[in-house]
Design a protein around this ligand. Structure first.
Ligand code: NAG
Ligand code: NAG
Ligand code: NAG
Ligand code: NAG
Ligand code: NAG
Ligand code: NAG
Ligand code: NAG
Ligand code: NAG
Ligand code: NAG
Ligand code: NAG
Length: 267
């Protein structure tokens, strides 16, 4: 019901999203993501990621490897799916649940990744739901294992790679078991997606995407560095990240609420 109220055109063929598995896989490879994240990335489906804008301007879409402005990432991402072949029968996925993860490979900077991975979102029990308009959205109704934390690269940093991965959820997966490994007290720094996937028996990701996000322009004014602000110190990490996201209470269901409010104000 929620999904049917979401923007009917959010994920559709011919739009700005990823439409080719080979393109996505090549983008991952050329950005060294499988190596740096320790995952085998052989996607079977297209994970679509979009950021709804509080201002009501069009959602900002992720295509594998594109640059996204830091200030466009305030709200948690909305996840969708597009089959590489539009005639693929969606029924094959309707009994499946999914785990979705988002993490930063480049903290505090791409040159010094000692705090990586930073866990920006981890959620389970997602199902794929088709909207009236034909978009396929991943929705869940259980709390995130790790709530969304907005990207916040430190001043002067080169853009970071923020990776989104989609896994099928094993039938023996339970939130209780997962929360033994990741819960609200688990530091978001030095997360290891391949270890978590192994612990929970997730196997290899079946889809993914990534974006590059640099520091907010305004963060340069607080850099305090006299030589170009090329900070390699973790002390400049965004307050959200430093606080472990404790202050961020926006879950995906809140995204849906925002989206619905926006849609009703647009229509
Ligand atoms: C993102 O994709 C949606 C759906 O195709 C489209 O309506 C929107 O304009 C796109 N956003 C941008 C910034 O191009
Ligand atoms: C993000 O900042 C740029 C200026 O750097 C501004 O043009 C744009 O409107 C801002 N976007 C949002 C969503 O605030
Ligand atoms: C889709 O797949 C399901 C399950 O395999 C099957 O029951 C259904 O008839 C298929 N639908 C179409 C349109 O092929
Ligand atoms: C999404 O699909 C699942 C599985 O088919 C179903 O149980 C759930 O009610 C659906 N959710 C919505 C919001 O339509
Ligand atoms: C929370 O996660 C940590 C690992 O980060 C684990 O040591 C701890 O036992 C977990 N807490 C609960 C209540 O499961
Ligand atoms: C994640 O854990 C694996 C297995 O222990 C290890 O090989 C890899 O280096 C770790 N990755 C990071 C970023 O620490
Ligand atoms: C689920 O099964 C897989 C494979 O048999 C195993 O690796 C994993 O530890 C199990 N998970 C739980 C939570 O029992
Ligand atoms: C912020 O600093 C970086 C690194 O010095 C620079 O590349 C970038 O252009 C600066 N941005 C603004 C808006 O001044
Ligand atoms: C920061 O320093 C690194 C290593 O010295 C360099 O490769 C990178 O281009 C610098 N970034 C900026 C924004 O100056
Ligand atoms: C890398 O970043 C860590 C965390 O901020 C910092 O403690 C360390 O000094 C940095 N290493 C280098 C070589 O700059």
């Amino acid at each position: 019901m929620l999904a049917s109220l979401l923007p009917v055109t959010l994920f559709s063929y011919g739009s700005a999203q990823d439409t080719s598995l080979t393109t996505v896989q090549a983008a991952f490879d050329s950005a060294d993501i499988p190596t740096d994240a320790g995952v085998t990335f052989d996607p079977q489906t297209l994970l679509e990621v979009s950021f709804i804008q509080p201002s009501g301007t069009p959602p900002v879409n992720v295509t594998a490897g594109n640059a996204v402005a830091q200030n466009a990432t305030a709200l948690p991402p909305v996840f969708g799916d597009m089959f590489a072949n539009p005639t693929t029968n969606v029924s094959q996925f309707t009994d499946t649940k999914f785990v979705l993860a988002m993490f930063d490979l480049d903290a505090p900077t791409p040159q010094n990744r000692s705090l990586s991975q930073i866990r920006h979102f981890l959620g389970a029990d997602f199902t794929l739901n088709q909207t009236d308009g034909g978009s396929l959205l991943f929705t869940n109704s259980t709390p995130a294992l790790s709530e969304y934390v907005q990207p916040g690269p430190p001043p002067g940093s080169d853009p970071h790679r923020y990776v989104f991965l989609l896994f099928t959820q094993p039938t023996n997966f339970t939130t209780a078991a997962a929360s033994a490994f990741v819960n609200a007290s688990t530091p978001i720094t030095n997360f290891n997606i391949s270890v978590f996937a192994a612990e929970m028996g997730l196997g290899n990701p079946i889809g993914g995407s990534f974006m590059k996000v640099g520091p907010a322009p305004s963060s340069n004014t607080t850099s305090g560095s006299g030589s170009g602000g090329n900070s390699t110190s973790g002390s400049n990490i965004n307050a959200n990240e430093a606080a472990g996201g404790a202050g961020n209470v926006l879950g995906l269901s809140m995204t849906m609420a925002f989206a619905m409010a926006l849609i009703s104000s647009i229509i």
